[in-house]
Design a binder for this molecule. Structure first.
Ligand code: NAD
Ligand code: KPL
Length: 303
């Protein structure tokens, strides 16, 4: 059975290439005929691994191609997910399965609500890839992907295909806990790196601020029924800061390159959840306001 992959960006390319070279049929979905033409002129997807670039001529098609979709990897940013699925919904076959690769929280439920006929599998990934130019992606960091379905514990039949493709993964029986934990880590680290314009390691100069944020995020996780995700959050944040000290966070990279951030699905989502639970989290809320101001001053969207 064929995989359709929407989003010829970093993670979309990384998945497409690995599936295709393991012999799994893949179709890449491009936004419109102009993008499809540009893709065809490029001759396919180029993946750079260990400084070696290789071109993979994976077939492409546009969003409005009539072919039914049974397995879809949604590999766009969280803020594009709902619109992308709205465009594809008429193509989803009965019993279609979707893998949602978006970081943060909020977009997955929005997508699942739009397509109740499909099975939505949520993913959380620590793999790293970036686009060097259109249709050329660098595999920058090996990592792990957790997949899970908040509504159904049974794993899908195609996990073996991921294994044979070298996509290191585990089936998670509590994917929401994984996504909340990652969201909390990202909220404790990424916005501060933007505001202090520093690498992750620069946050070692601001231990009190990091600790206050971790306390409040822990309180939020507890109130949201995510006590497992709250366990030793501060300890893990400190370990991540140490282990990734030389790196710029993904949000720092987005802002410094003038790209839209996923703030609404990270800190925005956390602050909205706090409000729903009537929690007063002054450090988290102040951080959100400062970050919104920072984005506004640079002409970047706040959603
Ligand atoms: P990206 O911006 O590199 O790629 C997204 C692609 O989707 C773009 O090419 C965009 O044009 C395309 N797209 C958006 N809407 C579309 C539509 N309607 N039709 C067709 N194409 C459409 O993004 P990415 O870095 O691959 O990130 C995807 C998600 O994975 C994000 O939520 C990100 O936070 C998460 N993530 C990324 C990495 C990484 O290393 N890149 C790691 C972990 C998690
Ligand atoms: O995931 C990250 C990111 O930069 O988005 C880390 C390295 C964990 C920092 O929050």
């Amino acid at each position: 059975m064929s995989w359709h992959i929407l989003g010829a960006g970093s993670l979309g390319c990384l998945w497409a290439v690995r599936l295709a070279r393991a012999g799994v049929p893949v179709q890449l979905i491009l936004r419109d005929p102009q993008r499809l033409q540009a893709y065809q002129e490029a001759g396919g997807l180029c993946l750079v691994e260990q400084d070696q670039a290789r071109l993979y001529a994976i077939p492409g098609q546009t969003l409005d191609n009539p072919e039914p979709i049974r397995r879809l990897l949604l590999a766009c940013k969280a803020y594009d997910a709902e619109a992308a699925i709205a465009g594809l919904a008429p193509r989803l076959a009965a019993g279609a399965e979707l893998v949602l690769l978006q970081n943060g929280l909020g977009s997955q439920d929005a997508v699942a609500n739009l397509v109740p006929q499909a099975r939505c599998i949520y993913a959380s990934s620590t793999e790293g890839a970036f686009r060097q130019k259109d249709f050329q992606v660098v595999f920058a960091g090996h990592g792990h992907t957790w997949l899970g379905d908040p509504l159904k514990l049974e794993p899908p039949t195609w996990l073996a295909e991921l294994k044979s493709s070298g996509i290191v993964h585990d089936w998670s029986l509590d994917i929401l806990s994984r996504l909340w934990r990652k969201l909390a880590l990202n909220c404790a680290i990424n916005p501060l790196t933007v505001l202090y314009d520093c690498r992750n390691g620069g946050l070692r100069e601001h231990p009190a601020e990091v600790a206050s944020l971790c306390n409040e995020l822990g309180e939020l996780l507890q109130s949201c029924g995510q006590s497992l995700a709250a366990e030793d959050l501060h300890g893990e944040v400190q370990r991540v800061i140490q282990a990734t000290a030389a790196n710029y966070s993904s949000m720092h990279q987005d802002v410094s390159q003038g790209r839209r951030t996923e703030i609404a699905y990270l800190l925005g989502y956390a602050c909205a959840a706090a409000q729903r639970h009537r929690l007063v989290l002054p450090h988290l809320q102040a951080l959100h306001s400062r970050l919104l101001g920072h984005l506004h001053a640079r002409g970047l969207p706040s959603h």
